[in-house]
Design a protein around this ligand. Structure first.
Ligand SMILES: Cc1cc2nc3c(=O)[nH]c(=O)nc-3n(C[C@H](O)[C@H](O)[C@H](O)COP(=O)(O)O)c2cc1C
Length: 218
């Protein structure tokens, strides 16, 4: 099973579209978890997990941890907030600290794909963080993809004539925001869309080969 996680706080989101695009291309059984509406605290550093690699903090994380343990691969996507990972995604990845104690690496060998919704044109800090956490968990990273997000100014209800918003920055003052003004959704971002298909097909191929060799966990 391949687990996709969207760390966006929104149910209809560019992150979830991008994660789904990778999952769909694998042609293998998948599960998808949206962190929208979930309550996930950051790691407290309490080391209550040291003895058995299980986090003792009671919130929505333990159920996600169980699905990670059951997965052969994790496709983790998160948006850029203020030049870094959004807090929900950061908290979720911090909590994988519980999987790394006493020479036990619960996620070791599971494959990872990192997805960032990020307008950074140089190296994405979001991708760098996701990959760093995967590597810390001894998860080989198959690859990564970056796509553009949407500015909240297009949906806040005031964007068309807000002098400090990104709609006016891109189009000048408008009477109303039309479809043609909106940034392209993930499905219309050709390069990231192609990359999602390539990554998904590659991941599916590797996992099928593993299964044939009898080394996949499910
Ligand atoms: C609080 C906040 C801060 C943001 N900061 C950035 C930023 O620094 N760089 C960037 O590329 N996008 C930034 N964005 C835009 C989001 O990355 C964009 O809305 C993205 O589409 C959100 O992901 P989602 O569609 O999956 O919810 C920010 C959005 C919010 C709400």
């Amino acid at each position: 099973m391949i687990l996709g996680i969207s760390a966006s706080g929104r149910t209809q989101s560019v992150t979830s579209d991008a994660v789904h695009a990778v999952l769909d291309a694998t042609s293998l059984p998948t599960e998808f978890i949206s962190l929208a509406g979930k309550r996930i605290s950051g790691c407290l550093g309490c080391v209550g997990c040291a003895a058995d690699n299980r986090c003792v903090v009671s919130d929505d994380w333990p159920a996600i941890a169980e699905r990670m343990i059951a997965a052969d691969a994790v496709v983790f996507g998160a948006p850029n907030y203020y030049g870094t990972l959004n807090a929900l995604g950061h908290a979720c990845l911090e909590r994988t600290f519980c999987f790394r104690h006493r020479e036990t690496f619960t996620l070791a060998g599971k494959l990872g794909i990192a997805v960032a919704i990020d307008r950074s044109r140089t190296e994405s800090p979001v991708l760098a963080f996701i990959q760093r956490v995967m590597t810390s968990n001894l998860m080989p990273v198959v690859g990564s993809l970056r796509a553009d997000g949407v500015s909240q100014c297009y949906d806040c209800g005031f964007g068309e004539d807000c002098a400090v918003g990104s709609v006016v920055a891109a189009h000048g003052f408008l009477d109303c925001i039309l479809e043609e003004h909106r940034p392209p959704p993930f499905s219309e971002q050709e390069e990231p869309r192609q990359r999602a298909v390539k990554l998904g097909k590659t991941l599916g191929s590797i996992l099928r080969a593993r299964e044939n060799d009898g080394i996949a966990s499910s």
